[in-house]
Design a protein around this ligand. Structure first.
Ligand SMILES: NC(=O)c1ccc[n+]([C@@H]2O[C@H](COP(=O)([O-])OP(=O)(O)OC[C@H]3O[C@@H](n4cnc5c(N)ncnc54)[C@H](OP(=O)(O)O)[C@@H]3O)[C@@H](O)[C@H]2O)c1
Length: 271
């Protein structure tokens, strides 16, 4: 059985652990000094150990996989709690912390050897996520398979070549659900302005979005082909779409990604 230690169990950590709890192949321990009581309540009757401080030397040696999942702003302070601990041989030290590079961990954790940076996203909570990975060159094939298998249980996995790509993936898929929810909110608010009730707006907007995604998957057509199919010349869709194009939707989306990407770079600066 693989033993996993999660350091920091906030929004993303909880989403991952909730999806993993039923795995018979793994056991989970969580460290969260300020929320351990709340977590004990959330995970009542579940097979998970919750600690209020970093494990001591004897305990840390048991873990096959360590995942740091705290905010980038406190990463330095939190990692320093682990700096003198000798990890299990062949263990994987990983992080889902936005921006923080592998080198950041290498410099601080003198006993750590194999590193993986992971960028999951929130739909992992319902096993519909996508997780991007980049590793140190010395990650063994066995360890690569192990960590890939674990994250496959919460959605799709994508291995990237370098850390720049993972900062970009942070902007696209890590933060992505946030943009999608903002867009859904805009669609719903606009539908309400047209006079639909909140419930009707939800039904119309969500069913349209889900149906469109399913149609794309079913027909295997490119989105621009389906757009053309619906936006016939002189029709209503064409009239509506003119606005999206006039407001330069492509540019807005690109700028959204670039802002998040630049932020990931800034958060990772102290490397
Ligand atoms: N949220 C997302 O959708 C998402 C997606 C992909 C990646 N990420 C990355 O995942 C990381 C965590 O994000 P999050 O949204 O889950 O943040 P979060 O909700 O703030 O979770 C971090 C948790 O770590 C706790 N913590 C503070 N000091 C600690 C310590 N010394 N040891 C262990 N735990 C400690 C925090 O407690 P307090 O809150 O009481 O300080 C909090 O419960 C971030 O680096 C983020 O970039 C997030």
């Amino acid at each position: 059985m693989s033993k996993v230690l999660l350091v920091g169990c906030g929004h993303m950590g909880t989403a991952l652990v909730k999806s993993w709890l039923n795995l018979k192949s793994h056991s989970f321990t969580v460290v969260d000094p300020f929320n351990h009581k709340k977590l004990k309540n959330i995970f009542k009757n579940k097979k998970i150990k919750i600690l209020n401080k970093a494990p001591i030397q004897n305990e840390i040696k048991k873990f096959d996989l360590i995942i740091f999942a705290v905010k980038p702003q406190i990463a330095d302070k939190v990692i320093s709690e682990y700096k003198n601990l000798e990890f299990k041989k062949n263990s994987i030290i990983s992080s889902i912390i936005a921006g923080k590079k592998i080198n950041f961990f290498k410099k601080r954790l003198k006993y750590a050897k194999q590193f993986v940076r992971i960028m999951p996203n929130m739909p992992a909570l319902i096993r519909n996520g996508v997780s991007c990975f980049v590793s140190s060159n010395n990650l063994s094939n066995i360890n690569k398979k192990k960590i890939n298998k674990l994250f496959l249980t919460v959605g799709k996995t994508v291995w990237l070549k370098n850390e720049n790509q993972i900062d970009k993936a942070t902007a696209v898929s890590g933060s992505g659900p946030g943009y999608v929810f903002a867009l859904i909110n805009s669609f719903e608010k606009a539908a309400q302005k047209l006079g639909f009730s909140k419930n009707q707006s939800r039904e119309l907007v969500i069913t349209t979005i889900l149906g469109s995604i399913n149609l794309m998957e079913h027909t295997k057509k490119e989105p621009y082909e389906l757009e053309k199919l619906i936006a016939v010349k002189g029709g209503t869709t064409e009239a509506g779409l003119k606005n999206l194009k006039n407001y330069k939707i492509d540019k807005i989306i690109y700028k959204t990604y670039m802002s998040a990407y630049r932020r990931a770079k800034i958060l990772g600066k102290k490397n």
